[in-house]
Ligand binder design. Sequence first.
Ligand code: GDP
Length: 471
Amino acid sequence: SEKIDKNPNEVIAKLIKLGVMASINQEIEFETAEAIATEFEIKIEKSISEVVEDNDLITIPIDDEKDLKVRPPVVTVMGHVDHGKTSLLDAIRNTSVTEKEAGGITQHIGASEVEIDGNKIVFLDTPGHEAFTTMRARGAKVTDIAILVVAADDGVMPQTIEAINHAKAAEVPIIVAINKIDKPGANPDRVKQELADRGVVIEEWGGDVISVPVSALEGTNIDTLLEMILLVAEMEELKANPNRSAVGTVIEAELDKGRGPVATVLVQNGTLKIGDSVVIGLTFGRIRAMLNAKGKRVKQAMPSTAVEITGFSEVPEAGDQMVVVDDDKTARDIVSKRKDKIKEEQIKKSQKISLDALYSQVQQGTIKELNLIIKADVQGSVEAVKQSLEKLSIEKVIIKPIHGGVGAITESDVLLASASNAIIIGFNVRPTSSATALAKKEEVDVRTYRIIYNALEDIQAAVEGMLDPEF
Ligand code: GDP
């Protein structure tokens, strides 16, 4: 009500109309809120910081718009091999190294920061889309802007296209750095044409993608590229709330001989402080020490800051989410629950389907389909079984013949069954001895019948939990 500036009673009335009997301080789902807002002709969006973790083990509060402050952009450099990703990152780092720092030791923490005219940009040090995609596959979104490096003497190559597709899939804006313009064979126009062919149309050509011709080797136009990053960042309106407990993502992690597990985390929201209790994927602990991208010890890290942290028991994985929780006990409890859940899932997964166990698997909801492989002595029988199966009236389980064939049950049938968690049914055929051995090893249920009716009866009984156990 507050956010859309409406009387709470009006909102409640609309909720009731939708069938939601809500009280004034009750939480409602986003979809419901959206429906209500639409009724008032207001468009609402999910806040970026609304991350509700695995079944409410951790609930991260949504920020109020008024608490959000502009934060620096986080940039990943992508592109084809040898097009100059590493050189470009080096060139960028060099622009911001002051004389004093140049002599010092820069510690590698997996991310670097540059500052131009008082504005910070964070670069993730692992170039390429593999790291980017691994993180995304794990549900982490850390990159705000992708720099697509294309060598002007080579043009768009397979990994260029991959990078484009990955950035597009993640809905991350692209800035094209046309590199190696110092080379005699450089042909930036060809690059632009090839990009346009791939749906990346640069501004000059009427599109909305910014491109900057650069030479990472000679340091040409690096400053312009940085300015463009800031420009795009401004358009993206990147914001976070520095005055709350921190949420972030692991960029790198390893076991250090002296310091134990260390991880570089990118703080994405809130401020991370020494002494904070954290949950990081499947590990937890309390932040003991923090190093910033310059290798300096710091006591706190604001949004869009990468810091190397220590103080937890196990090495987390890149892409793991880090969340600050109230205290150590909460952290420990959450991790132990997460581990239990993983164990449970593994057990469920490793449970092979069998007619004997089908009923309980259906009841537990671990099985929704019964995949069947049908082998028979004649094609007619295979067809007859398929048709009769379709006629079986079975709720809760979809019976799905995934393969049918004539002849003995072979190893290849067993492998297929194992891979697709299927049961093999044979009519007037037997498994070869090697197939029997493999089925035992792979725990594939193989049933042989002489009469189709008996098979159907067994399946029906199994689904209903009435199958007599086989001895
Ligand atoms: P990456 O595989 O994309 O990280 O590419 P690198 O940064 O390792 O660069 C590949 C090669 O291209 C190296 O030999 C670089 O020295 C060279 N290179 C990178 N940028 C430039 C450039 O702007 N001009 C020229 N002439 N060579 C470059």
